[in-house]
Design a protein around this ligand. Structure first.
Ligand code: KIV
Length: 275
């Protein structure tokens, strides 16, 4: 049985940045509702990402592209309402920041007003102006490079990036440039997704902001996973993820036992009845 942290201090943006020097690894996990936000916070995560993966794991859509700013604002608000010690990261969805830096600032303000403490957006070199504009109005930004799910059609699927050399999108040298551009533009942390371990290690050594990996090996300054993968709620198991529980099976077992009890009349009995 693990000991859960009690009354831990609020995790702030400067505290996350300091981890680069102290070497204490950063743990980030997604959550989209109050129940799970409370649980993951009690378990001691450093950062809660209200991710646009909400599209796949909550809304039942195929990829992150249909998720809108109003959806993200709603989920940010219900997570932030739990007042977690963990830092709340609001994910900017597809179409809410790509049009112009001004659009990105306006969308970031929407998420911050609903309780986000920083925002995350996808893209490297070509998003530098946008990251700069958001940072200029004192909204802290988490960058996200590598396998960027909002670029699913350009990548031809959710495919590992940085395996081939080159400066074109997804090329190894380009990803190194992307990381430096994101840092120079003012991001305080960088998610690296779906790249070879050695590249993530090189990027982590090159930038002075913490890197947070997903499918990027153990050498990043922290890790992030989707909550449903950690809990084993998804039918699909990914190579890069680790299921620490098999809640899918437990939910199936519990719900089918309930159905059987109702059908047979075993439950509710007199002890579950009011008199
Ligand atoms: O939306 C999300 O869950 C993410 C993670 C995969 C990093 O962006």
């Amino acid at each position: 049985m693990s000991t859960l942290p009690t009354n831990r201090p609020k995790i702030t943006v400067p505290a996350i940045m300091r981890r680069k020097q102290t070497g204490e690894k950063i743990s980030m996990i997604t959550a989209y509702d109050a129940t799970f936000a409370r649980l993951v916070d009690e378990a001691g995560v450093d950062m809660i990402l209200v991710g646009d993966s909400v599209g796949m794991v909550v809304q039942g859509v195929e990829n992150t592209l249909p998720v809108g700013l109003a959806d993200m604002a709603y989920h940010v608000e219900i997570v932030a309402r739990t007042r977690p010690s963990a830092l709340v990261v609001g994910d900017l969805p597809f179409g809410s920041y790509q049009v112009s830096p001004q659009q990105a600032v306006e969308s970031s303000i929407v998420l911050m007003k609903r309780g986000a403490e920083c925002v995350k957006l996808e893209g490297g070199t070509h998003m530098a102006d946008t990251i700069e504009a958001i940072s200029r109005v004192d909204i802290p930004v988490v960058g996200h490079i590598g396998l960027t799910p909002q670029s699913v059609h350009r990548m031809g699927g959710h495919k590992v990036q940085g395996r081939s050399a080159g400066y074109e999108a997804g090329g190894r040298e380009r990803l190194l440039d992307d990381a430096v551009a994101v840092e120079r533009a003012g991001a305080f942390a960088l998610v690296i997704e779906g790249v070879p371990r050695d590249l993530a290690k090189e990027i982590t050594a090159k930038v002075s902001i913490p890197t947070i990996g997903i499918g990027a090996g153990p050498d990043c300054d922290g890790q992030v996973l989707v909550l449903h993968d950690v809990l084993g709620l998804s039918a699909h198991r990914y190579k890069f993820a680790k299921a620490y529980a098999d809640l899918r099976q437990q939910v199936l077992d519990a719900t089918s036992a309930y159905v059987a009890d109702v059908q047979s009349g075993v439950w509710p009995d007199d002890t579950h009845s009011f008199h």
